[in-house]
Design a protein around this ligand. Structure first.
Ligand code: TPP
Ligand code: SF4
Ligand code: MG
Length: 319
């Protein structure tokens, strides 16, 4: 076999880019908001009629409305039908390990204070395998927004009982009907320490968009349970909350004090299909702020000391 040596100078240097003048940098103020066309990625692979489509459409809308630029968008999810979300957003994001989306997103949030992290997922991802992370992200009050598309079933794996499935729900794991008491996501979030807790449905779009915006503006861990029908494995689950199907959509009364934890718990016990809106919202120091202060204070105290000496001192101290 013979080889032909190609002299370096005959190779294209950097392709087309080398022949085009560099575009003039745009000031942020001159940049146009991203349109749905620019943020919509792959064709969503959900079943036609899946409730998750509405949540995705509203996320595109939110990006456009709030003028979020590509470099400021970070969409994280675990595993499940709902967790396919980041695939369908043409921006930064991660489709992470089942149940571990919040752990990954916490790292992004703590290290990148310039962006707001959105996490999307399902009831199984959030409250079964990810239940532990849900509790700790809430109590640490890490600044991010977590939207759980609750369909009361494991959709991706084709109908197993989820932690929010109602008693009596027949599935591949409970052929005779589930006998386990379902979790109440609202109560779970409030008791764990979430500082913004809201509830919505994928069928009331203006309401959901308003709640997502409020969650995004909250300085802390914001959680939204969004009822989102799995048309394939639990059809009709939320008809009772859809007025056009004869149900009722009851908003939380305007006089509800969102800072009153006990009043919020009472709302959690409203008979099915429950109430919708902001249950709870309080201000509490975020982990982001606490960590930032720790770093600033340490830097001020150790000004001028090289990193290797700080490290050495720490090792010496631990002896
Ligand atoms: C460690 C691990 N265990 C189990 C699975 C299988 N699995 C994938 S998605 C899923 C449940 C998804 O349910 P949910 O979070 O409610 O999402 P949905 O599909 O309903 O939107 C399970 C059990 C997995 N991928 N990884
Ligand atoms: S299986 Fe259910 S949750 Fe999954 S895409 Fe289909 S309708 Fe949606
Ligand atoms: Mg589910």
């Amino acid at each position: 076999m013979s080889t032909i040596a190609i002299p370096n100078e005959t190779l294209p240097r950097t392709g087309i880019a080398a022949t085009l003048p560099a575009p003039a940098p745009l000031a942020d103020a001159d940049r146009k908001p991203l349109t749905k066309k620019e943020t919509a990625a792959d064709h969503p692979t959900w079943c036609p009629g899946c409730g998750d489509f509405s949540v995705l459409a509203l996320y595109y809308k939110l990006i456009e409305k709030r003028k979020m630029l590509h470099e400021n968008i970070c969409t994280v999810a675990g595993i499940g039908c709902s967790s396919r979300f980041p695939y369908f957003v043409q921006a930064h994001g991660a489709h992470f390990i089942h149940g571990r989306a919040l752990a990954f997103a916490s790292g992004v949030s703590l290290s990148r204070p310039d962006l707001h992290v959105f996490v999307f997922g399902g009831d199984g991802d959030a409250f079964s395998i990810g239940g532990n992370h849900f509790t700790h992200t809430a109590r640490k009050n890490i600044k991010l927004t977590y939207v759980v598309m609750d369909n009361f079933v494991y959709g991706l794996t084709k109908k197993q009982t989820s932690p929010t499935s109602p008693i009596g729900f027949k599935s591949k794991t409970d052929v005779g009907g589930s006998t386990d008491r379902p979790v109440n996501p609202m109560k779970q979030a409030i008791s764990a320490g979430a500082t913004f807790v809201g509830r919505a449905t994928a069928t009331n779009l203006p309401h959901l968009l308003k709640l997502m915006e409020a969650a995004m503006d909250h300085d802390g861990f914001s959680f939204i349970e969004c009822l989102s029908e799995c048309i394939e494995f639990f059809p009709g689950a939320f008809d009772a909350a859809i007025p056009r199907k004869g149900g009722t959509f009851t908003e939380i009364p305007a006089e509800h004090d969102v800072t009153d934890e006990y009043a919020a718990y009472k709302l959690c016990d409203a008979p099915w299909p429950g109430v919708f809106g902001t249950f709870y919202k309080v201000d509490r120091a975020t982990k982001n702020a606490n960590e930032a202060k720790l770093i600033t204070d340490s830097r001020a105290k150790l000004a001028g000391v090289p990193d290797w000496q700080i490290l050495q001192r720490n090792f010496d101290r631990m002896k």
